[in-house]
Each structure stands twice: as structure tokens, then as C-alpha cells.
Unconditional design. Structure first.
Lengths: 316, 324
């Protein structure tokens, strides 16, 4: 009895599959679509390839022939320079790494702690606090008062904190996390833990958070990307050179190619070295180094971003 | 059954006992909210009250609160001053026109791409295209400005030295010629976000029940008819909502795109200056903080009205998709 059902099922599946196979665009259409996407993919990737090639091009060649996808002479001098003499660069890289790690951890904590009470059906003020966060997405005071707050009210301008604090709370991520809590942790689990005598904090850290690892990973990656790619806060608040992060350093070097040399103590005096500096290729090398971690972590990023996107789309 | 009912009747009156009862009962939940509330107050709510700066002649008096209180009240004079400059019209026009173009292209291109990507016979290559086109989303505007520079640099850029030179065309001073920039700006906006938006619509398409297509096919519908009568109607509510949310933000420009990609070149301001970049420069370069605040307030208030209107319409279409 069971066997015939099984056979019938596979038979239907086969039929459906063959139908799906028949339900396809024409071969010509398929080729045209593929062609379009190949062109688009090239457009998306070509600029990244170009700056990578420039970073490996001989400096003299760049001055004579300009930027090209197929230079005549390659060189790793730019990377040599970045590795051996670029203390400005490594410092900025360090600032970026520190801010990203610290910022992601703190921000994840703030967001989760805020999202969890709002995910609880029994919490009476959840609507009020939801609105308290939403409202910041709708209305803001604008740049000037915001700038005043961090320079005059809480003067953390020119410290590491200014690159962390403003992004700690994000209403949009908080909403996604809240939906995550709501859908993965059932209220009855919390109730039974309560009956067993567990306190709210214990329930949150021991039961809820471990159940929501995927959500933590998603929001964590959002935050990581946000902190790593941030140039806005240094642009507004950082004037001290030793606190430049990698993005802001890149901004400065694109404006003045001499910046790299001027920041580096042992080189600023000898103008001979300055002349030898592979500046054009070196700044492209910094750009390549700054995208490096993103490319390496790309499979993770992509997976979790798509996940976050689909959760974000269904607001709970 | 009996005891359960008894329970609810006991709990019910206690629920309505007010804030302090709730605070006592659920204090750990309130403690959890403290860090987030603190950040929101510092980062968002205090600046909201700072809007009064726009109505004052701001002078620094020792500390922030004193400065706000003691600065002279000037009513709408900062706004008058701002709207009398030619920039007020220019930056408003640029912000709205660019955003309109972005909204239109950000709807049509990703939807078309998502539909086509879904139709590609070889699913693995489709995945590769998707991954490659999603990549630009992960790069910062600074990196994008480097990429743009490698093409547009006047002395050594790829376009001037390799492309135009091989065609025998004179090099173009890209960063000083406003006429090209509406296209360049729009191109980079599309370049960065098309992959992301395509993924959004692709996720929606993959959620469509295949039975619709099977039924349509049995009835002899062509591929084109299936797209027109099944896919697009089923995507419509997502399309409307994404568009309206973007319309709500029509007064907010992407600072990085308009500041870094044209490298803040003064000659390009007529076509690249938007409200956000103007306010930033007003704060930085001129010392007229109050006028910068007036421009920012103008943006905040008009922006708030557009968001509310858009949200009101979204609510009418699909309550779950509304922002609030």
C-alpha cells in the first residue's frame, strides 16, 4: 500500500520536473540573458581589478603610461613600502580593527538587550519603546545639533569612542533582531524557565541568546561592515592623525598623495626617500588592503545578508 | 480548565496597575533597555531639541546648554538668509531630481534583473552573477571614489590615457566638467545598489508558489505571459512598498556618493551639491553654524512630512509593511 503511494508520488514528481524542464526560456533568450549578465558582472568587477592591477604596476610605468589593465612592467614595490615603512597605514589599520571589534561587540549587546524585552508578549511597554526607537528613523535634528552634542555636551571628539558610540544603537537592526527573538524563542520556553526559577537575565543569556546564534551572526555582520566601512565619523570628528582609521586615511591620501610620506616619521625628513615613494601604486595598495577582509569574508557576508534581508522583509 | 480561568481572572487586574507596578515586577527587562535608551537620547533625542539652534544666532557660551539658552533668539531669520542664497534652490533641485532617477532606476532595473536571473537555465551561473553583482554593496564610498578615480583621473586615469587616447580623442578634465556628472553619479548609485536590490526581488520571486506557473503552462501561457500575469502582479506589493519607502526619503541624499565620488570638486557643485553636502560644508567651512542648522532643519522637517505621507500610503496598501 505504502509502496504504491510512493511510486505514484515519484511519478508525479517526475512529470512535474519534466514540465519544469519544458518551462524554460528559449535557448536564444537564455544566451542573450547570459550575455547581459556577463557584461554587468564585468562592469561590477572591472574597477576592482583595475585598482588591484595598478597597485602591482611599476611606479614609473604609471607616470608614463597612466593606469591600465595590462601594464608592461609589474612591481610589488608598493606592497614592500606598505609593509616596511607604512607605519601610518598600519596604525590606521589597527584603529579600524579595534573600532570594528569593540564596536560590533558593544553594538550587538545594546541592540540585543533592547530588542529582547520588545519581543516579549508579556512586556507591557513594548509598544512605547518600539516607537521610541522607530521615531529616530523618521525624524532627526540634523547634522549641526548632533555635531554640537559630541563636541560640547559630551566631548568625545578625537577619541576612539566617537567612532563607536554613535552607531551603537540602530533601530532597523533592532527590529530585525526583535523579529528573530519572537520567531525563534517561543514564549512557553521562557515561561517554563521562569517556573524552574531562572531570572530574566539568566533566561536571556543562557537560553535565548544561544538559540538565536543565526540572528546574532546576521546583525553582527551588519555591524562589522558598518564599522569597517565607516568614514563619516572620522570625517566629522577626527582631526588627530594618529586616530585616523583606514577609510579616512584613504580619503586623505586620495586628496593629497604626499600624506602617506608626511605621516611617517622616519621618512618625513629625507626628501630622497620621498621622491622614491611609490605613491600612486601605494595608495591603490591601501585600497586593496582595505577591501581584503571583505573579500575573504564574502561568502559569510553574502549568506547572512541575504538571510537578514528576508527577515527584515517580514516585520513581526 | 477551571483553574486556568481562575488564573486569568487573578492576573488580569494586576496588569492594569500602572508603570511603577510594572517596573517592580519586570525590572530586569527595564534594566536591559537602559543602554539603548541612553544611546538614543544622546545620539537622537538631544539633537532633536537642538533644532532650536536654527532659530537662534548661535554663540558659544561655556557649554552646550548655556550656549543654546543664551544665544539670541532670531526667529526665522536664519531660514530667510538660507532661502535667499541661490544654493537653496540648487541643492533642493539636485537632491530631488537625483532621488527621482534613483527611485525609478532602482525599481525597474533590479526587478528586470531578478526576473531574468530567475529564468537562467543554469542555476549555478545565475548564482555566480548574483554574487558578483552583490559585491559592490559591501564597498565603502571611499573605495568607490578610488575606483572612480582610477577611471576618471585627469593625468593617468584609464579613460583618458587608455580608452580615449586609443580613439584619438582629447583627454577630458572629468573632475571639472559638470555635464558628465549626472550620468556618472547615477551610474555609481546603480553600480553599488543594483545587486542588493536584485537580491531583494529575487528572494520574493523564489517565494512564489511554482503551482501558478505549472497551471499557467498547462493552459498554454508563454514565458512572457507568465511574467506579465503572474510574476509582476505578485511582486507588485513589494515594488510599491520599496518605492514608497524610497519616496519617503527623497529629501535625504547619500552623502558619500555626492561628496566622495566627485571628490568634492567645487566646479561640479552645480550638479553634485545636495542638501547633505551643503550642510556639511556650511558647518565646516563657513562659520555660520546657525544657517547650517537652518538648512538641516529644513531638510529634517520636509523629510519627516514625506516619510509620514509615504508611510500613510504604505499602511493603506499593506499594514505589515508600514514602518510604523
Amino acid at each position: 500500500m505504502n509502496g504504491t503511494v510512493e511510486i505514484e508520488k515519484t511519478g508525479i514528481l517526475k512529470m512535474l520536473k519534466s514540465r519544469r524542464l519544458g518551462n524554460k526560456v528559449s535557448p536564444t533568450g537564455n544566451i542573450l540573458i547570459n550575455l547581459l549578465f556577463i557584461i554587468c558582472s564585468i562592469i561590477c568587477i572591472a574597477p576592482i581589478i583595475l585598482i588591484t592591477v595598478i597597485s602591482f604596476t611599476d611606479e614609473k610605468e604609471l607616470l608614463v603610461n597612466g593606469y591600465s589593465f595590462f601594464p608592461e612592467k609589474y612591481s610589488v614595490k608598493a606592497y614592500d613600502y606598505v609593509i616596511t615603512a607604512g607605519d601610518t597605514i598600519w596604525r590606521a589599520y589597527g584603529v579600524s580593527i579595534l573600532v570594528t571589534i569593540l564596536g560590533t561587540i558593544l553594538s550587538l549587546m545594546v541592540i540585543c538587550l533592547y530588542a529582547y524585552p520588545l519581543s516579549r508578549q508579556s512586556f507591557k511597554y513594548k509598544n512605547f519603546f518600539s516607537f521610541f526607537a522607530y521615531f529616530t528613523m523618521i525624524f532627526g535634528g540634523g547634522l549641526v545639533p548632533w555635531y554640537m552634542v559630541y563636541t560640547q555636551l559630551i566631548p568625545i571628539k578625537n577619541t576612539l569612542w566617537i567612532m563607536i558610540v554613535p552607531y551603537l544603537m540602530n533601530a532597523w537592526y533592532m527590529m530585525i533582531m526583535r523579529t528573530f527573538f519572537k520567531t525563534t524563542v517561543h514564549e512557553s520556553i521562557i515561561e517554563s524557565a521562569k517556573i524552574d526559577g531562572a531570572g530574566e537575565f539568566r533566561i536571556f543569556f543562557v537560553i535565548v541568546l544561544p538559540l538565536c546564534k543565526a540572528g546574532l551572526a546576521t546583525i553582527g555582520l551588519f555591524c562589522t561592515l558598518g564599522y569597517w566601512n565607516d568614514w563619516w565619523l572620522p570625517l566629522v570628528f577626527i582631526t588627530e592623525h594618529k586616530l585616523y582609521n583606514i577609510q579616512y586615511l584613504m580619503y586623505q591620501t586620495l586628496n593629497s598623495i604626499q600624506y602617506l610620506a608626511s605621516g611617517s616619521a622616519q621618512f618625513s625628513e629625507s626628501s630622497k626617500v620621498l621622491a622614491d615613494l611609490p605613491s600612486e601604486s601605494a595608495r591603490m595598495a591601501i585600497a586593496v588592503i582595505s577591501i581584503g577582509p571583505i573579500i575573504f569574508a564574502y561568502p559569510f557576508f553574502q549568506k547572512y545578508f541575504v538571510k537578514g534581508l528576508t527577515i527584515g522583509a517580514v516585520k513581526g | 480548565m477551571q483553574s486556568k480561568q481562575g488564573n486569568t481572572t487573578i492576573i488580569k487586574p494586576s496588569v492594569n496597575k500602572g508603570f511603577f507596578y510594572e517596573l517592580k515586577k519586570n525590572w530586569p527587562l527595564f534594566v536591559m533597555l537602559i543602554p539603548g535608551v541612553a544611546i538614543l537620547i544622546i545620539n537622537n533625542y538631544i539633537p532633536m531639541f537642538g533644532i532650536v539652534i536654527a532659530f537662534k544666532r548661535y554663540r558659544f557660551h561655556g557649554n552646550f546648554i548655556n550656549s543654546i539658552i543664551q544665544s539670541e533668539w532670531v526667529g526665522f531669520r536664519n531660514f530667510e538668509f538660507f532661502f535667499k542664497t541661490p544654493y537653496a534652490y540648487q541643492i533642493t533641485r539636485n537632491t530631488i531630481l537625483y532621488n527621482m532617477a534613483f527611485i525609478f532606476l532602482g525599481l525597474v532595473v533590479p526587478v528586470a534583473f531578478a526576473i531574468m536571473l530567475n529564468e537562467i537555465t543554469n542555476k549555478r551561473t545565475a548564482k555566480v552573477y548574483q554574487s558578483v553583482m552583490f559585491l559592490p554593496y559591501f564597498l565603502s564610498w571611499i573605495v568607490v571614489s578610488y575606483l572612480a578615480y582610477s577611471f576618471f583621473s585627469i593625468e593617468s586615469g584609464f579613460l583618458n590615457r587608455s580608452f580615449l587616447a586609443s580613439l584619438g580623442i582629447e583627454p577630458v578634465k572629468w573632475y571639472f566638467e559638470p555635464k558628465y556628472w549626472p550620468f556618472i553619479i547615477t551610474f555609481f548609485q546603480l553600480w553599488k545598489y543594483t545587486g542588493y536590490n536584485t537580491v531583494v526581488y529575487l528572494a520574493a520571486i523564489s517565494g512564489i508558489d511554482t503551482e501558478y506557473y505549472e497551471a499557467a503552462e498547462i493552459d498554454g501561457a508563454t514565458k512572457w505571459q507568465q511574467i506579465r500575469h503572474i510574476t509582476i502582479p505578485l511582486l507588485r506589493s513589494l515594488m510599491i512598498i520599496m518605492t514608497l519607502l524610497a519616496v519617503g526619503r527623497i529629501f535625504n541624499a547619500d552623502f558619500g556618493l555626492f561628496y566622495h565620488v566627485p571628490r568634492n570638486s567645487g566646479q561640479l557643485y552645480p550638479v553634485t551639491d545636495v542638501i547633505d553636502t551643503y550642510v556639511y560644508r556650511a558647518l565646516r567651512n563657513t562659520n555660520n553654524i546657525s544657517m547650517a542648522a537652518a538648512a538641516g532643519t529644513y531638510q529634517a522637517i520636509v523629510g519627516c512630512i514625506t516619510v509620514f505621507t509615504a508611510n500613510f500610503i504604505v499602511r493603506k496598501i499593506d499594514k505589515d509593511k508600514a514602518l510604523f
